[in-house]
Design a protein around this ligand. Structure first.
Ligand code: PMP
Length: 289
């Protein structure tokens, strides 16, 4: 049975509870990570821990554990749940406080670790490719709520996700305030044009995905030319290949956007090559470090 970690103790699912006054619930005031376990090994845990503490630093949240203790807690939770392949949700909330946003009125930040099964996209979509839309919801401006913070406030993404689902798609491309491609609701985006792999830079307003970084490293190792560059909707429509990356998605090809067929309408050679290299690396327990 799943055992959920809350502040150093393990609880059954039904008993894993935190206060209704927690500002994580009341205001989305907190940060989180989504992490994969492949064959008993946690994928790029130091990178996830680092990003969690960077997110926390930005929102001035003092994580009540050191990075080392947090790492130990995650590994312990994986061990307690005896999970060989799965997904870890690591959450730090601001803690319970008053019914006002003032973080000074909160006490006890909550550290929660849920170890669960992984739910990927349906299998056939990895073979045949995903259809996406461009969302009408602009990705958060970096000076409003920087997408580099993996915060508990995902409403910007959820609004775009609702739009996608209503359009019969599972993902949506989100543009930034300048109309440039940023990322998808829970995935980063890559394009291939004339053999060059391209992805938007962090300042486009994206979460710097751990999978994104890994894919860039795999592409470099494979000798695939790579550019971190501004992309527009035109680049998506005119791309030879398109794929998304994320902890939950791994690498998933995109073959249609806003009703337009991308490239030849099936997963392209660079996408397939990178997917193969990705699977090979994680099967061998090699996360590139
Ligand atoms: N962008 C957003 C908005 C995300 O929520 C995620 C994580 N699901 C990603 C990109 C991909 O990041 P990672 O590869 O670290 O999972």
């Amino acid at each position: 049975m799943t055992k959920i970690y809350i502040n150093g103790k393990f609880f059954d699912k039904a008993d894993a509870k935190i206060s209704v006054f927690d500002h994580g619930l009341l205001y989305g005031d907190g940060v989180f990570e989504g992490i994969r376990i492949y064959d008993g090994k946690v994928f790029r845990l130091p990178e996830h821990v680092e990003r969690l503490y960077d997110s926390a630093k930005h929102i001035a949240l003092d994580v009540p554990l050191s990075r080392e203790k947090m790492t130990e807690a995650v590994l312990h939770a994986v061990e307690v749940n005896a999970k060989k392949d799965g997904y870890i949700r690591l959450v730090v909330t601001r803690g319970a406080g008053g019914l006002g946003i003032d973080p000074r009125k909160t006490t006890d930040p909550q550290v929660i670790i849920i170890v669960d099964d992984i739910s990927l996209y349906p299998r056939e979509l990895y073979e045949n490719g995903l259809e996406v839309i461009t969302s009408s919801f602009v990705r958060n401006h970096p000076n409003a709520l920087n997408p580099r913070i993996k915060s508990l406030n995902y409403l910007n993404n959820i609004l775009a996700k609702i739009e996608a689902v209503r359009a019969g798609c599972l993902e949506a491309i989100m543009l930034n305030v300048n109309g440039e491609v940023a990322e998808c609701t829970a995935d980063n985006i890559f394009l291939v044009k004339r053999g060059v792999l391209k992805t938007p830079p962090p300042h486009a307003g994206i979460l710097e995905g751990v999978t994104r970084d890994f894919v860039i490293e795999l592409a470099r190792a494979a000798g695939v030319p790579f550019q971190e560059t501004t992309l527009t909707r035109h680049d998506v429509y005119a791309a030879d290949e398109c794929f998304l990356t994320g902890t939950g998605a791994e690498i998933i090809p995109v073959v249609k956007c806003d009703g337009r067929v991308l490239g030849p309408g099936k997963p392209g050679p660079i996408t397939r090559q990178l997917r193969e290299r990705f699977h090979q690396a994680v099967r061998q327990g090699a996360d590139g470090r």
